[in-house]
Design a protein around this ligand. Structure first.
Ligand SMILES: *[C@@H]1O[C@H](CO)[C@@H](O)[C@H](O)[C@H]1NC(C)=O
Ligand SMILES: *[C@@H]1O[C@H](CO)[C@@H](O)[C@H](O)[C@H]1NC(C)=O
Ligand SMILES: *[C@@H]1O[C@H](CO)[C@@H](O)[C@H](O)[C@H]1NC(C)=O
Ligand SMILES: *[C@@H]1O[C@H](CO)[C@@H](O)[C@H](O)[C@H]1NC(C)=O
Ligand SMILES: *[C@@H]1O[C@H](CO)[C@@H](O)[C@H](O)[C@H]1NC(C)=O
Ligand SMILES: *[C@@H]1O[C@H](CO)[C@@H](O)[C@H](O)[C@H]1NC(C)=O
Ligand SMILES: *[C@@H]1O[C@H](CO)[C@@H](O)[C@H](O)[C@H]1NC(C)=O
Ligand SMILES: *[C@@H]1O[C@H](CO)[C@@H](O)[C@H](O)[C@H]1NC(C)=O
Ligand SMILES: *[C@@H]1O[C@H](CO)[C@@H](O)[C@H](O)[C@H]1NC(C)=O
Ligand SMILES: *[C@@H]1O[C@H](CO)[C@@H](O)[C@H](O)[C@H]1NC(C)=O
Ligand SMILES: *[C@@H]1O[C@H](CO)[C@@H](O)[C@H](O)[C@H]1NC(C)=O
Length: 797
């Protein structure tokens, strides 16, 4: 804790916001303002707090309990305040049945389609809402859109697929749309994991998230006694914090997220959930976040430093009492009675405690009417109890996202397949093409029982980002249904190890589809970037005997494909990402050309593991492991561009069945006052003589004409990249806009890119503010980060 250094009082959109000198240590900016949109919720919450005459009432709101949900806060029966229910996760309600398994975040990003991102947020929000979480006054679900942590600093990160993209801008757009549209359904989102949570593991073995928590998890890889080794410390500088890792969280905050989850890692050797600098400073003061910070389960290490450092709700608080675990439960017991004592003796002020309660209740009371919000129907202790079906017709959206995410990365003529009536035979090869012999729901409530071979097609990664699929449409099922009248005979071989048998089926077929995959999950980082279950050998065995071999990959991020990618008989490669329950239905229309593929890679695929920045996963078995983010701003394509490394496929890349021509790049000054921020941030910036008061005012609009010059309908994602003046220490190119246009043959459309003040700014670490630099900017529009077709130069400052 440091001294309060109030520098000025700002009037931001009519709301009083305290501003502090961020270079000094900060302190909680309480009382919080209403951020511009939670006025009613704040008033109701304040009235309730005034009635909380005992500290125990207030403390109960901040402390986790167990129950039918993944987490509950305490209740205040005397005031009719019932418990707040918190529940996973980013790809569906978990653990729960009778819900949808949506496409993963990374899959959604691969569509580059704002409407689909928004629709997915809304549909997820509906399912959480309809599962109803009890309480008179409070419903809060831990619907965690993974908005920037992990971002994907390392391609090995076990949880990257839960989030959207390692590009902060693309991730930010998806985060904003997910939060905004989910919360419009009444559910409160919890954006996670704040901040710098870029590798799952910290211990000796990469395949284990060892020591991510402070307690003895009886992990087989443990090399130190419990409570001795600290979680990994992510050490990153101020500019990197602002321009890379905070960016998507700023989008979640201005979209109005009611909660943010602090992460397991340390930041600069301080536990994230007690880090004054990033919680009270960056999040609550600079981003003016008005909601509650909730600890990830086990992310709290003690009560005092967390309460003072900016944590508002400790989860699971009183702990999970699982048999055989230490006295306080698996995750220890923090807040509760200890917080009462700390407030009683003045170590934590009552104003801070009020602030915690206010931040928790205000967004809930703003968004939820206790008299109409549905009652909870889930019970995490008995998942097979009858419960309501909340899926509606979300399967159509799930299918559409899977379809638009399909990213065609090689095509020498293999796709689209010809008219089915003209085909004699089609081989469908690989375990990943088929249903699991054990059934689609045998994977457990984290999916982790299905990580090896023979578990059927891969629709999702594992851990708390998994959701039970109600069913799975595997690729073979959808293909069989499609060909049944006049299509080809199907020669299937549905395992990966008997290469001779696979080759026999392929050799009998005109065309062969080979399905391979790779798995990733929470609790681990990827061991390698190789396809699983003999996948590379399977592709080679098929391609040796079939001159029209088409490879489909279900993957959580990059895989190395160099073993077979240049084989002449491999005539097309389609990346299908992690599509959720409608996998096969998403695929068939694109295989047969009813739809042109229009996905673009939301990450870079390299030719070799060593092409990525070094040391991006730290595996030193030491007591205090350190991850120094020495590559700073240069993650994913920004590293490859800066170091002149040619990737296999660059960020933003994806082919189509048609072709597109780009016209000239236009730019007009077009001031539009920020009307997209639901909550207003207090990010400081330099005024350069223009009007406007928000980082999110639109200052310019760029545009480029795109024409479909091919023979079939198709959608192109026009992408805008910016190069800052060379005086700035910035990556060569940064994504700053995208627009997806669906065009008929011969048709033209105009892609437009609104550029906000923030889009044109860099973080000045000396002046501690965003600034539009002086000098010449280059704007480029094109079809990928390395296929830039229209270029122009400008000055802005
Ligand atoms: C705190 O919440 C717990 C769990 O819901 C409840 O049993 C207890 O009565 C509450 N305490 C107070 C003081 O209201
Ligand atoms: C709690 O609810 C009951 C029943 O609706 C009501 O009689 C009582 O006045 C309420 N108490 C408070 C403090 O609001
Ligand atoms: C963790 O706890 C288990 C069960 O109490 C014990 O057998 C094991 O030795 C402990 N592990 C470590 C690393 O202390
Ligand atoms: C980490 O510490 C360095 C050195 O004090 C500081 O410049 C930087 O802003 C800190 N990073 C974060 C995310 O707080
Ligand atoms: C305040 O209470 C806490 C918790 O009981 C205790 O650890 C701490 O020493 C006390 N501090 C003072 C200044 O009394
Ligand atoms: C996944 O496949 C492995 C290997 O065949 C098998 O042992 C395991 O039982 C399968 N798990 C499920 C849940 O299907
Ligand atoms: C890659 O890692 C997975 C998971 O640990 C393992 O099963 C597989 O054998 C590894 N592949 C290679 C080629 O090392
Ligand atoms: C390509 O496939 C044909 C069978 O259609 C096979 O004869 C040929 O050897 C294959 N080429 C290579 C390089 O494996
Ligand atoms: C592929 O093989 C088939 C016969 O198996 C042959 O008719 C066809 O011409 C071959 N295609 C190419 C591109 O070599
Ligand atoms: C991280 O950076 C610190 C400070 O520069 C340095 O002392 C330490 O050795 C570095 N650790 C690793 C693992 O590179
Ligand atoms: C924001 O303003 C623009 C015009 O500047 C308008 O087209 C748009 O509909 C407005 N959006 C909202 C959410 O009000």
């Amino acid at each position: 804790m440091g001294k309060i250094v109030p520098t000025l009082l700002l009037l931001v959109h009519g709301a009083l916001v305290w501003s502090y000198d961020l270079r000094a240590e900060s302190t909680p900016p309480f009382p919080v303002a209403d951020g511009g949109s939670w006025t009613a919720g704040f008033a109701k919450a304040k009235a309730l707090i005034a009635k909380m005459i005992y500290l125990e009432f207030k403390v109960n709101i901040t402390t986790g309990y167990t129950g039918n949900c993944v987490g509950f806060t305490g209740e205040v029966p005397r005031l009719n305040v019932t418990a707040v229910c918190l529940q996973d996760g980013p790809d569906g309600v978990r653990p729960a049945r009778r819900v949808s398994q949506f496409p993963a975040g990374i899959t959604t990003a691969a569509t580059w389609n704002r409407d689909l991102m928004a629709a997915r947020g809304a549909a997820l929000g509906q399912e959480f809402h309809d599962k109803g979480i009890n309480v008179a006054s409070a419903h809060l679900h831990r619907l965690g859109p993974v908005t920037g942590g992990p971002l994907g600093r390392s391609p090995f990160g076990g949880r990257n697929w839960e989030g959207f993209s390692p590009d902060s801008y693309l991730n930010g757009v998806a985060s904003y749309l997910t939060v905004k549209n989910a919360q419009e359904q009444g559910v409160i989102t919890c954006a996670k994991h704040y901040i710098g949570y870029e590798q799952a593991r910290t211990g000796a073995d990469r395949w284990s998230e060892t020591f991510r928590d402070p307690y003895n998890l009886t992990e087989v890889y443990s090399v130190f006694p419990p409570l001795v080794q600290t979680p990994i410390s992510s050490n990153f500088d101020d500019k990197t914090a602002h321009e890379v890792y905070m960016w998507p969280f700023a989008e979640a905050v201005r979209a109005g997220t009611g909660a943010i989850m602090c992460s397991y890692n340390e930041i600069n050797q301080t536990h994230s959930c007690s880090d004054d600098a990033t919680l009270n400073g960056l999040l609550k003061t600079e981003l003016a976040f008005q909601g509650a910070v909730i600890s990830d389960w086990g992310g709290t290490w003690d009560t005092e430093s967390s309460a003072l450092g900016g944590l508002d709700i400790s989860m699971p608080g009183t702990g999970f009492n699982i048999p055989g675990s230490p006295v306080f439960g698996l995750f220890g017991a923090f807040f509760g009675a200890e917080l009462v004592a700390l407030v009683e003796n003045g170590t934590v002020s009552e104003a801070r405690l009020d602030d915690m309660v206010l931040r928790t209740l205000a967004p809930i009371l703003q968004h939820q009417d206790p008299s109409t919000y549905p009652l909870p129907t889930i019970d995490v202790n008995d998942l097979n109890k009858p419960t309501n079906n909340v899926r509606r017709d979300h399967y159509t959206l799930i299918r559409d996202i899977g379809e638009e995410a399909l990213t065609l990365v090689k095509n020498t003529g293999g796709l689209p397949l010809p008219n089915p009536a003209s085909m004699q035979s089609l081989a469908v090869i690989g375990e990943d093409a088929s249903a699991s012999p054990y059934g689609a729901t045998s994977c457990g409530d984290t999916g982790t029982a299905c990580q090896i071979e023979n578990n059927g097609t891969m629709t999702m990664g594992g851990g708390s980002g998994w959701a039970y699929p109600p069913y799975t449409i595997d690729p073979l099922a959808a293909i069989n249904a499609f060909v049944r009248a006049d299509g080809p005979d199907i020669n299937a071989h549905l395992e990966n190890w008997d290469l001779a048998a696979a080759a026999l089926q392929a050799s009998r077929s005109e065309t062969a589809l080979v399905f391979i995959n790779a798995y990733a999950q929470e609790g681990a980082d990827r061991h390698n970037l190789t396809s699983f279950s003999n996948g590379d050998a399977l592709v080679k065995a098929v391609a040796a005997v079939n001159n029209n071999t088409i490879v489909i990959l279900h993957i959580p991020g990059p895989v190395i494909v160099e073993d077979w990618i240049d084989l002449e008989n491999v005539t097309a490669v389609l990346i299908a990402h992690l599509p959720g329950q409608e996998s096969g239905h998403s695929l068939v229309p694109v295989l047969w050309g009813q739809k042109s593929p229009s996905g673009k890679l939301p990450f870079t695929v390299a030719k070799d593991v060593s092409d990525w920045p070094p040391n991006n996963i730290v595996s030193d078995p030491v007591l205090a492991p350190q991850a120094n983010f020495t590559e700073k701003l240069l993650i994913d394509y920004k590293w490859f561009d800066a170091k002149n490394i040619t990737p296999r496929w660059e960020f933003g890349f994806g082919l189509s069945y048609t072709t597109f021509k780009f016209g000239e790049l236009g730019l007009v000054k077009s001031f539009k006052a920020d009307n997209t921020s639901v909550q207003h941030t207090a990010e400081p910036f330099a005024k350069v003589g223009d009007s406007g008061s928000s980082m999110y005012d639109v200052l310019y609009t760029a545009s480029v004409r795109v024409t479909n010059t091919g023979k079939v309908q198709g959608a192109e994602v026009a992408q805008l990249y910016i190069s800052f003046p060379t005086s700035e220490d910035e990556p060569p190119n940064l994504l700053r806009g995208f627009d997806k246009l669906d065009l008929a043959p011969g048709q033209s459309g105009t892609a437009t890119f609104d550029l906000t003040r923030k889009d044109l700014s860099v973080w000045n670490v000396v002046d501690q503010r965003w600034e539009i630099p002086q000098g010449t900017f280059t704007l480029s529009a094109g079809a990928s980060s390395r296929d830039l077709r229209a270029v122009s130069t400008h000055t802005f400052a």
